[in-house]
Design a binder for this molecule. Structure first.
Ligand SMILES: *[C@@H]1O[C@H](CO)[C@@H](O)[C@H](O)[C@H]1NC(C)=O
Ligand SMILES: *[C@@H]1O[C@H](CO)[C@@H](O)[C@H](O)[C@H]1NC(C)=O
Ligand SMILES: *[C@@H]1O[C@H](CO)[C@@H](O)[C@H](O)[C@H]1NC(C)=O
Ligand SMILES: *[C@@H]1O[C@H](CO)[C@@H](O)[C@H](O)[C@H]1NC(C)=O
Ligand SMILES: *[C@@H]1O[C@H](CO)[C@@H](O)[C@H](O)[C@H]1NC(C)=O
Ligand SMILES: *[C@@H]1O[C@H](CO)[C@@H](O)[C@H](O)[C@H]1NC(C)=O
Ligand SMILES: *[C@@H]1O[C@H](CO)[C@@H](O)[C@H](O)[C@H]1NC(C)=O
Ligand SMILES: *[C@@H]1O[C@H](CO)[C@@H](O)[C@H](O)[C@H]1NC(C)=O
Ligand SMILES: *[C@@H]1O[C@H](CO)[C@@H](O)[C@H](O)[C@H]1NC(C)=O
Length: 852
């Protein structure tokens, strides 16, 4: 009986009836039917209420557009615009389905024959249609029968924003080309000059264009990510996929957590920015953007050269092995755009004993003319390339297997180096060049052998030690469990006494052991943060996420959970524990404990209810809570905190990642410096150090640190200077300044300072208090002194603190670094530091590959 009923329900006729009934009585909020148009003021809301469609005016514009925006996001975020280039001038607009079944937008004065906007599709004559806003943000026109065939969809016509599950790319069958193009300006969604689209030539890559010029390329797909986006990982919330087959070339990003709102948008300056909505703070948080640094500029160093932003001499361009600068004069003057030519002509690399030299950690050259064969192994790739005299380089095309064969023919364009990522590229060189590298490599071979022997001995030792440790642990297991339970109910008071007692400053190694700090166990951190739920997430730090938690005893804590996949995390983690456990200052955030269990590494801090400084000074509404005297107190407090790190803490500590989001505010708005994950200890007599791992935040990094990896107390002073300027102007350093030729805030302040108009860019809230103008100016001057190009010119933190307290006369600042736009940025003004060795491949791992 039940079976019969089920069969009856599946009867097509029944389904048809159901559909007809549904459509007749549908009064759905998410649908436009021929009988249900929407007019200006009406809003369609998708079923899950994530997105809405309706009429809007961007910013102070009075023009009306039909668009889609996030319904649950309080800041109006338009992700798609229908009539972007033909706005309505008044509120007479109506969006309806016309007699032919297509969607049409019209105003009062338009004739129906030439509407403002319409979906240009042909609808089968005997069908009706309806338009529906889906919960993904896709607005679809479907056939109103039970086939529900999609005739048109907004995902096929992206504007400036890519939503999850939206595709970018080319449909090879229909020729449909989905690309992004920026708005003209924040108040005009019209098609702007920047676009982001797939280039199907060779092995496909995504390109970013502005006014017809190429700004940046993503590089080719390596199987898991783009060659030029090494930081991309698709294992947590987002998974990026790339398809290249006979029917389409496309890229898409998916979302595994539906509660996350995300957008990847192209701004009118030509930056691709990917952000997620942070519901606690009510703002979009950017977690990725591109292009990032000078070497992302397309073809910055011309053909056949490599761009290395970490280059030891001040010039980022080097010729690839076997090449020399086309114009040595320009090269000497630090202009690499001319590129490089082969030293001994093309014939030297054709059947005359040539071979390959490997460069590591690269974004491989542009693949617009490269050939790919996924079936070959790397070894066959070498043979194939060697046989073909036109082949200039090869690389693996599949990063996960190390197989696949990509070959280049002709010039190698837009190659760059990464610090910790990138692919291996094998470059064809002549006999002479090969001999040069092979000599160095034989040295390398003995080294490799030594390292192998030493490391295997170490592994053996560690294994023995580990087994011993397991046995000991088993014996004392119950004891450890008990002591852990006791530690869980730790209160802030007992934590601070604990620190005051641990005074063994000399015993640095000892303090690295986590046992110095109260241990929390994994289950209690899980309970405290509701299994690290997204709702408890406070933000994203350099090496992981920060969550709010509440312990069983009701105490609020902040947990920094290092991401499992950040290979670099462990070192920073140890470092942070070792450092912060010893630091006690009212302007530094206090650590309560840590947790190391299985794969998890976490730090537990006191919870500061007011979050970070950037959530105030860059927020239009919260700004007003910080008047001038409060901001001055914050500047002073941060200065005292840094001074303590630099001088008073007995250890000499360089923070290396000072920025507004690393300054937290307690309930009384006192600033506390956080995030010591990147800090380094100095010997008290040490002045400067070099690192091959440049970490920190672009925009806050001093020039010598960003370019050469040199850091000192003066790099922190630089970051502090940027922070002062941000606090005073209420603008981000990395923002865009339309009315100025500067690249960033520092440059903008400098320009207006020189013109004597600097008070114009001060946060208007501050100039209201007339008595403070003198103090504001003085602080700007101190800020500018801190961001001067040469580290030696910058004051030390103790000088800064005394400048802030006393009313002494200040020196006049010199021009800061990093201030001009792309074209002229980073040109060294100091040719005397140039070296003759323009052909060296500094900082690049070089290995020889045997010719066949
Ligand atoms: C909107 O404001 C900007 C500056 O904020 C101004 O340049 C523009 O003229 C204004 N547009 C309109 C239509 O008022
Ligand atoms: C409609 O057209 C008339 C005459 O062409 C014009 O005077 C009027 O301003 C228009 N109205 C709108 C809202 O564009
Ligand atoms: C619409 O017309 C086509 C051909 O004219 C026919 O094959 C099809 O069955 C019709 N569809 C409906 C729903 O009547
Ligand atoms: C796709 O469109 C963009 C922007 O109009 C254009 O730059 C690009 O060349 C097009 N791609 C193809 C394959 O037609
Ligand atoms: C790379 O190889 C893996 C494993 O064979 C395969 O799953 C993946 O699709 C390959 N990637 C590409 C881009 O061919
Ligand atoms: C191409 O890939 C897409 C997405 O994976 C798939 O739907 C389609 O069937 C493929 N086409 C061909 C011809 O393999
Ligand atoms: C991303 O992952 C989800 C769940 O694991 C899966 O359903 C979806 O197809 C993936 N999307 C892409 C673009 O790979
Ligand atoms: C690669 O190998 C597969 C199966 O082994 C085969 O179907 C395909 O034709 C090969 N492709 C090329 C380009 O040789
Ligand atoms: C080989 O090593 C020598 C000495 O270490 C160095 O001067 C030379 O530049 C190296 N050659 C190359 C091509 O790296």
């Amino acid at each position: 009986m039940e079976v019969l009923l089920a069969k009856g329900l599946l009867n097509p006729l029944f389904l048809l009836l159901l559909f007809l009934a549904f459509n007749y009585y549908c009064n759905c909020l998410d649908t436009i039917t021929p009988k249900q148009p929407i007019k200006d003021g009406d809003v369609l809301v998708s079923q899950g209420a994530n997105l809405a469609l309706g009429f809007f005016s961007p910013g102070n514009s009075t023009k009306r557009y039909v668009g889609i925006w996030y319904h649950k996001v309080s800041e109006q975020t338009v992700v798609w615009v229908a009539n972007r280039d033909s706005p309505l001038n008044d509120k007479s607009g109506v969006l309806f389905i016309n007699t032919q079944g297509i969607l049409v937008l019209n105003g009062k004065n338009q004739s129906t024959s030439s509407p403002i906007w319409s979906t240009k599709v042909s609808v089968p004559s005997n069908t009706t249609t309806m338009a529906k806003l889906l919960d993904t943000g896709n607005f679809v026109l479907v056939q109103n029968d039970y086939s529900q065939k999609v005739l048109w969809e907004s995902f096929d016509y992206p504007t400036d924003t890519m939503l999850p599950f939206m595709k970018l790319g080319l449909n090879r069958k229909t020729g449909l080309n989905r690309s992004m193009s920026a708005w003209k300006s924040p108040v005009d969604p019209g098609t702007g000059t920047c676009s982001y689209s797939i280039d199907p030539n060779g092995y496909p890559q995504l390109f970013l264009y502005k006014e017809g010029k190429t700004l940046w390329r993503t590089g080719s797909w390596t199987g898991q990510k783009w060659s030029g986006v090494p930081e991309m990982s698709s294992d947590y919330i987002f998974n990026v996929s790339f398809v290249n087959n006979a029917s389409e070339i496309s890229v898409m990003y998916g979302l595994t957590d539906n509660s996350v709102f995300s957008k990847m948008m192209l701004d009118e300056m030509g930056f691709v920015r990917w952000s997620t909505w942070q519901n606690n703070d009510k703002r979009w948080i950017e977690f990725w953007y591109a292009p990032k640094d000078i070497c992302d500029d397309y073809e910055r160093c011309g053909a056949n050269s490599n761009c290395d932003p970490y280059s030891a001499d001040k010039f980022e361009c080097t010729c690839l092995p076997g090449f020399e600068p086309r114009s040595p004069r320009d090269w000497y003057l630090r202009d690499g755009s001319g590129g490089c030519d082969r030293k001994n002509g093309a014939s030297s690399i054709c059947r005359s004993g040539e071979g390959f030299v490997m460069l590591a950690r690269l974004k491989v050259p542009s693949t617009s003319k490269a050939r790919v064969d996924m079936n070959l192994s790397l070894k066959s790739c070498n043979e194939k390339c060697l046989r073909d005299c036109s082949c200039t380089a090869y690389a693996s095309a599949n990063e996960s297997t190390g197989g696949g064969c990509m070959t280049w023919h002709g010039d190698l364009l837009d190659t760059r180096t990464y610090a910790h990522a990138g692919q291996d590229l094998y470059i064809r060189v002549d006999k002479a060049e090969l001999a040069k590298y092979s000599k160095n490599d034989s040295l390398g071979k003995t080294w490799k052998l030594t390292i192998l022997i030493v490391s295997s001995a170490l592994v053996l030792l560690l294994t023995v030690f580990f087994i011993y440790w397991i046995m000991m642990r088993k014996r004392h297991g119950s004891l450890i469990e008990r002591s852990r339970d006791r530690r869980l109910s730790f209160s802030i008071e007992s934590a601070s006494t604990y620190f005051q007692n641990s005074e063994s400053i000399e015993d640095l190694e000892g303090s690295r052991r986590s046992s110095d700090l109260p241990l929390f166990d994994l289950s209690s951190t899980l309970a405290a943060t509701d299994n690290f739920s997204y709702a408890n997430k406070l933000g994203e730090g350099g090496f992981g996420s920060v969550y709010k938690g509440v312990l069983q005893n009701g105490m609020a804590i902040a947990i920094k959970r290092l991401s499992k996949y950040s290979g670099q995390g462990i070192e920073e983690f140890r470092n942070e524990i070792a450092l912060i456990a010893k630091l006690q200052h009212r302007n530094l955030v206090r650590i309560l404990g840590c947790c190391i269990e299985e794969e998890e590494k976490m730090l537990i801090y006191e919870y500061l209810p007011n979050k970070s400084l950037d959530s105030f000074i860059f927020d239009e509404t919260k700004k007003s809570m910080l008047g001038w005297s409060k901001r001055l107190e914050i500047i002073y407090g941060v200065a005292r905190g840094i001074l303590y790190l630099h001088r008073d803490s007995r250890l000499r500590i360089i923070h290396r990642d000072l920025k507004a989001s690393n300054v937290l505010l307690d309930s009384a708005m006192n600033p506390k410096i956080a995030d010591f994950g990147m800090a380094r200890i100095f010997g008290t007599d040490q002045i400067e150090a070099n690192t091959n791992r440049v970490v920190g935040t672009y925009g806050y990094m001093s020039p010598e640190y960003a370019m050469e990896g040199l850091f000192s107390v003066k790099s922190d002073v630089y970051s502090f200077g940027v922070l002062i300027l941000e606090i005073i102007t209420g603008r981000r350093n990395s923002g865009y300044y339309k009315d100025s030729s500067s690249l960033n805030l520092v440059g903008h302040v400098w320009e207006t300072w020189k013109e004597g108009k600097v008070m114009k860019i001060v946060d208007p809230l501050l100039t209201a208090e007339t008595c403070s103008a003198h103090e504001v100016l003085r602080c700007i001057q101190i800020g500018l002194l801190c961001v001067q190009d040469y580290a030696a010119d910058r004051p030390t933190m103790s000088t800064v603190v005394s400048m802030l307290v006393n009313d002494s006369t200040l020196p006049s600042p010199k021009q800061p670094a990093f201030i001009f736009r792309r074209s002229s940025a980073y040109n060294s003004s100091d040719p005397s530091t140039s070296t003759g060795g323009v052909n060296s491949v500094n900082g690049v791992t070089v290995t020889m590959v045997e010719p066949r």
